[in-house]
Design a protein around this ligand. Structure first.
Ligand SMILES: Cc1ncc(C[n+]2csc(CCOP(=O)(O)OP(=O)(O)O)c2C)c(N)n1
Ligand code: SF4
Length: 285
């Protein structure tokens, strides 16, 4: 049986490099189904990945893709969106790629509110390079660089991007793929910087050192910890400890989008310049 999403896949490159049980394929599938639902075309969709297991998804997508450099996916995507505002531009990044080395690009893309959709695969570790801690790792969890447990508090990336100015912010988990698909779809439809945090299991580099190690238990524990935003709003901070709040967490349709604002300004400057040159030619002061 051929699945509809296969039209967007380099099937000849499969099997993929991801470990059994890795959540990256689930998120990639959710994105492709969102693409199908939205009627996006291969020709007008660009996916930019950074470097990491999650960013590696770009290699399997038969779209316009860029497998860029570590931490710089948003910078590449910004250039593409400015050159081709008619394209749907999506970034695939990891918590290391997008929030550690690439954190500065992330906050400034939010501030500008450029019309890019950023899907950040959060597995709390650097999967590709052997399980170093990332800035989203929870206190007490173990990593190769935190063998006795992480002591630094993690970023709540959805709060970080809200403070930085993103105008669509959502969180989903790999264990609830239909919701994730919907959140990605809404993010793509949103005009402005859309950030979707996808909580994914990394059974190899996270699960090797932290409970639960088994991927089914990992998905189950994420599902048990996940809680809809509306319900979370009725709960105290103590009750929310350890919970994963999901759904659309913030949306603002009023803030100007960067590329459109830039184009408006450029058109105005060009018109003023044309008048100035005409007057100069006519000898008018
Ligand atoms: C400039 C630079 N520094 C470090 C690396 C090594 N490196 C490759 S991927 C990666 C971390 C990836 O972690 P994350 O973004 O969380 O993705 P995951 O593999 O977990 O999906 C690092 C540090 C690199 N490729 N380039
Ligand atoms: S190391 Fe982790 S993130 Fe990387 S492919 Fe394996 S399970 Fe996935």
């Amino acid at each position: 049986m051929t699945l509809a999403i296969e039209q967007f896949l380099h099937t000849r490159r499969l099997p993929h490099i991801w470990c059994p049980g890795c959540g990256n394929g689930i998120v990639t599938g959710a994105f492709l189904r969102a693409m199908l639902d939205l009627g996006l075309t291969r020709e007008k969709t660009v996916v930019v990945g950074g470097i990491g297991c999650s960013s590696r998804a770009t290699g399997y997508l038969d779209l316009n893709t860029v497998h860029s450099i570590h931490g710089r996916a948003i910078a590449f995507a910004t250039g593409i969106k400015m050159a081709r505002p008619d394209f749907t531009v999506v970034v695939f990044t990891g918590d290391g790629d997008g929030a550690a080395i690439g954190g500065n690009h992330l906050i400034h893309a939010c501030r500008r509110n450029i019309d890019i959709t950023c899907i950040l695969f959060n597995n709390q570790v650097y999967g590709m390079t052997g399980g170093q801690l990332s800035p989203t790792m929870n206190v007490g969890n173990k990593a190769t660089t935190a063998p006795f447990g992480q002591v630094e508090p993690p970023f709540d990336l959805c709060k970080l991007v809200e403070g930085a100015g993103a105008t669509y912010i959502a969180r989903g988990i790999a264990g609830r793929v239909r919701q994730l698909e919907k959140l990605i779809k809404q993010g793509i439809e949103h005009k402005g910087f859309a950030f979707i945090e996808a909580v994914v299991p990394c059974p190899t580099e996270y699960g090797r050192r932290n409970a639960p190690a088994n991927v089914v238990d990992m998905l189950e524990s994420e599902r048990a910890a996940s809680i809809a935003k509306a319900k979370a709003e009725q709960m105290s901070p103590e009750e929310l400890a350890g919970k994963i709040i999901t759904g659309v967490l913030h949306q603002d349709g009023a803030k100007p989008e960067f590329q459109s604002a830039y184009e408006t300004m450029a058109t105005k400057v060009q018109a003023e310049e044309a008048v100035r040159i005409r007057k100069l030619r006519e000898g008018v002061r």
